[in-house]
Design a binder for this molecule. Structure first.
Ligand code: KG4
Ligand code: ZN
Length: 381
């Protein structure tokens, strides 16, 4: 059988993702096999503002959506007419950004006479963990606890099999806990900004923490207490503790200024910034990361005990964090649990996870129409 014939078998869904600052399109067959996954990141545009600027994000999605879809189809070796459905992120996310993907998806579905499927972005992140496992011939067993941890979300769900055929992989969710203030990725981004380490903060802080070695921590951050639901998170106190520590120690100012100047000259790589970090900064970064990782892991493990599950799924941009992966793997090993992380490309926002989630919805007969609208705070459960 030729390549194109092989690709012709199964349900081919074009996924579209534009909820935040990534314009993405992907083609996935039967919710499992990734034929293509293209992501146009807007990091360069938002970097100078230290965070995502919604108006700029929507404008950029408008510029990127057509070439990104074209590229996804070219990589999949498919023509538009060969698609079976269009899956698009409905929310949660930035309304202006979501609308670009939704309007494009609606137009495409109408013009092609193919079904349009609305996807919850968080359902997509859960599917990312499954997609990764499939690429290695594995399948996570349900029920599971899933931690979705990104720049916009930090939330724990119990994941069970949903209605519909088993192969459809549609899930049913129960929310167990969520952040009461900042998302973990947001804390990374804000702390990196305070320290003059650029945007996004996660990848650089991850590497600096690993490079900190035995650098003495200039301050200690204890476990975060949350009243009420013990499975709720809170990261704004930690960010404020970093802020106060920096204010109380003006000796950090000179190196922060130096790094900010370097960023202004485009020197934002790890190799550029590492030599500009004092022992105290490295110790501080390591202590911050220890606190975030400890909190994410402890509450997730608590949820695993409460729900009596054997599988842990971790997804979203922060799940790329090397220490988070190590600690989860260690804890899971000790308890005989299976833990699944998407690869880096699937952990941050992408459209393959949207196409995979759309397959589950389509198999359940859930199809949207041209009245579909963006939902900034679309709940999953
Ligand atoms: O999932 P994502 O691409 O977009 C959202 O839906 O937010 O996640 C982006 C977030 C950013 O806050 C970024 O700093 C964080 O994920 N991030 C990391 C790492 N890589 C990305 N945080 C910690 N460690 C990393 N290695
Ligand atoms: Zn996301």
């Amino acid at each position: 059988m030729s390549e194109s014939n092989a690709a012709n078998e199964g349900i081919k869904i074009l996924g579209l993702e534009s909820s935040c600052d990534e314009t993405a399109a992907a083609v996935v067959v039967d919710g499992r096999k990734i034929l293509s996954s293209v992501v146009a990141s807007q990091i360069d545009i938002h970097q100078k503002y230290g965070g995502v600027v919604p108006e700029l994000a929507s404008r950029e999605h408008l510029r990127q959506i057509v070439p990104v879809v074209r590229e996804a189809l070219a990589q999949a070796g498919l023509r538009l007419e060969e698609l079976d459905a269009i899956g698009v992120t409905q929310g949660p996310g930035l309304v202006g950004s979501l609308l670009v993907g939704i309007t494009y998806g609606k137009t495409l579905a109408t013009a092609l006479g193919k079904p349009l499927v609305a996807v919850n972005h968080l359902d997509g992140h859960v599917h990312a963990a499954f997609l990764e496992a499939y690429q290695h011939g594995k399948k996570p067993q349900l029920p599971a606890v899933c931690l979705i941890v990104s720049g916009g979300h930090t939330v724990l769900y119990e994941v069970k099999c949903g209605e519909g055929p088993v192969e459809a992989n549609s899930f049913a969710y129960r929310k167990l806990g969520q952040t009461r203030d900042d998302a973990a990725g947001e804390a990374y981004d804000k702390v990196a900004k305070l320290l003059g380490l650029g945007y996004p903060g996660g990848p650089i802080l991850d590497r600096l923490a690993a490079a900190a070695g035995g650098a003495k921590a200039p301050v200690r951050f204890g476990p975060t207490k949350t009243r009420g639901n013990p499975l709720d998170f809170s990261f704004s106190g930690l960010k404020t503790a970093v802020l106060y520590h920096l204010r109380e120690h003006p000796e950090y100012n000179a190196e922060i200024k130096k790094r900010e100047e370097a960023l202004g000259q485009g020197k934002r790589a790890f190799a550029d910034l590492l030599p500009m970090c004092s022992e105290a900064t490295l110790g501080l970064v390591r202590e911050f990361q220890n606190a975030v990782v400890r909190d994410l892991v402890e509450r997730t493990m608590m949820a695993v005990e409460d729900c009596e599950v054997r599988t842990v799924l971790v997804s979203g941009g922060v799940s790329a964090n090397s220490q988070l992966r190590e600690v989860f793997a260690e804890r899971a090993r000790a308890k005989g649990l299976e833990v699944f992380f998407p690869d880096r490309a699937l952990s941050t926002d992408n459209a393959a996870m949207i196409a995979a989630a759309a397959y589950g919805e389509l198999m359940r007969g859930r199809v949207a129409d041209v009245t579909l609208n963006a939902a900034a705070s679309l709940p999953l459960a």
